[in-house]
Design a protein around this ligand. Structure first.
Ligand code: NAP
Ligand code: MG
Length: 487
């Protein structure tokens, strides 16, 4: 095993540290739930810490949601649905959603800093990806609020009622936007439960919602752990459940809702194939591999965690990939030069380390570049496994860390079969110079999203979602709106 303590080789020049100033981040010592337009103390009086995964230090504490808190939030959401919000026309609803989008843009820097502080992702990503995309989801959905009859012609559309939404820690603000924006555009009300380790940007979003003047009770945010999430999805007065998270919890939710008439969408795990053909532009493809798996520490459901390289270009791709990995900067998420930030939690780091051991035990060869990892906090060097077998756990299971498993192939039918040989079906990527071949392959992959000569590109107008154990239902685009409508 390559030692992570190995001193990083000098590349002849270094970046000077460029950390973001924390002066912009206005974080309270303690946060209550946001229910019925007010900050509401937890009924049990309990709070839990949210920490900075790059240092292990406490940032703030947030309310621990009980069944009673969730009940209060659902009642507020129902009252708003039966009251002002339910009676409001699409044009008026749209104005509020636009206002939320603009307020996110105005406070973009603060959101980016808090996202990186609470979750560990590099500031470059929170600033350039998460926050602008979150604002764009509100803009996009705001535009549809008064045009639903054009979005779904010849249909009588009606909102579903109260939506119970539970989100994970990898894109905290963006996932909140994915969930809240289409629900509001279609006239529903919301109870949202953010992830335990990353509640802060959802609570900052609650501040924006307060500032936007949105009628009380339309959006309620209850913080807590898995039990709080279970209370939201199982509440009898919730009409629609939207869950993003692991396949294991998604299955639990599906089971517990089997006897109800609640509408469900599940966005679950993934194990994406990233396929490099011999005629691909190799330098671009290597950047795509790096972006596909090391982006956001591999805490990405659609991460390109299985790499398939055509045999004739294997040596070239691996040489370029390893050379590129050597230049990656792992460290302070708030530093603008950082490529790989902190692993979100100690538990997640333990999980990743278990997979690193499992990969080696299965006989795969592990490579990590020399990295100066900080001594405190949760860190993992970018890792690539070669000589892996199709049956190895690192090929079959979602790791959710910066760990890539590489396999080779000779022919197109062979790679299609290998790529589809997984219980998941969320995303995939294909790198190839010839358009016709690219479309032949993309059309044969069982994946909800397939990128051609790029990876990890998102757009609010484009539906996102999976096949097989990656869940069902789509978020984004018109499909995302349809999931919140009766028609
Ligand atoms: P997770 O453990 O399933 O948690 C997701 C959310 O569900 C969290 O808010 C969690 O609360 C809550 N939760 C836990 N147990 C619950 C229960 N029994 N009932 C209701 N809610 C419950 O997943 P995660 O580890 O946070 O996130 C990583 C997973 O999300 C990966 O598998 C990833 O692929 C998937 N993901 C999928 C997409 C997609 O669009 N397909 C996008 C992002 C992530 P706590 O925080 O307290 O555990
Ligand atoms: Mg945290």
């Amino acid at each position: 095993m390559a030692k992570q303590t190995k001193k990083k080789k000098s590349i002849g020049w270094e970046y000077a540290p460029a950390p973001e100033s924390l002066a912009q981040a206005n974080i309270a010592k303690r946060y209550d739930h946001f229910i019925d337009g007010k900050w509401s103390k937890p009924s049990g009086g309990e709070y839990f810490r949210t920490t900075n995964p790059a240092s292990g230090k406490k940032i703030s504490e947030v309310a621990l949601g009980s069944n009673a808190d969730v009940d209060k939030a659902v009642k507020a959401a129902r009252a708003a649905y039966n009251g002002a919000w339910g009676k409001m026309g699409g044009r008026e609803r749209g104005k509020y959603i636009y206002r939320i989008a603009r307020l996110i843009q105005e406070r973009a820097r603060e959101f980016a800093i808090i996202e990186s502080l609470d979750g560990g992702k590099p500031i470059r990503e929170s600033r350039d990806v998460d926050v602008p995309l979150a604002a764009n989801h509100f803009f996009y959905n705001a535009g549809w609020a008064d045009k639903l009859e054009y979005a779904f012609p010849n249909r009588q559309v009606a909102p579903l009622g109260v939506a119970g939404q539970v989100i994970p820690w990898n894109f905290p603000l963006l996932m909140a936007a994915w969930k809240i924006a289409p629900a509001l555009a279609t006239g529903n009300t919301v109870v949202l439960k953010p992830a335990e380790t990353t509640p802060l940007t959802s609570l900052k979003l609650a501040e924006i919602i307060e500032d936007s003047g949105l009628p009380k009770g339309v959006v309620n945010i209850v913080t807590g752990a898995g039990e709080t999430g279970a209370a939201v999805v199982n509440h009898e007065d919730v009409d629609k459940v939207a869950f993003t998270g692991s396949t294991a919890v998604g299955k639990l939710i599906q089971r517990s809702l089997a006897n109800t008439d609640k509408r469900i969408t599940l966005e679950l795990g993934g194990k994406a194939a990233n396929i490099i053909l011999e005629d691909a532009a190799i330098d671009q493809a290597v950047e795509g591999i790096v972006n596909g798996i090391y982006f956001n520490q591999g805490h990405v459901c659609c991460a390109g965690s299985r790499l398939f390289v055509q045999e004739s270009v294997y040596d070239e791709v691996m040489w370029k990939l390893k050379r590129r990995m050597e230049t990656m900067i792992v460290g302070d998420p708030l530093d603008k030069n950082t490529d790989i930030g902190a692993i979100n939690s100690r538990e997640q780091l333990r999980t990743i380390k278990r997979y690193l051991k499992a990969g080696q035990k299965d006989g795969a060869e592990m490579y990590q570049p020399a990295c100066d990892l900080p001594s405190n906090g949760n860190w993992c060097a970018p890792t690539v496994f070669t000589n892996v077998s199709q049956s190895s756990r690192i090929v079959q299971e979602e790791i959710f860390g910066p760990v890539l498993a590489v396999q080779t192939f000779r022919t197109v039918p062979e790679v299609i079969e290998k790529a589809n040989n997984t219980p998941y079906g969320l995303s995939a990527g294909v790198w190839c110079d010839k358009g016709s071949r690219l479309f032949q392959i993309t059309g044969s992959l069982d994946a909800g999203v397939v990128w051609g000569n790029t990876f990890n590109q998102f757009d609010p107008a484009s539906p996102f979602g999976g096949f097989k154990e990656s869940g069902y239902g789509r978020e984004g685009g018109l499909h995302g709106l349809a999931a919140y409508l009766d028609m």
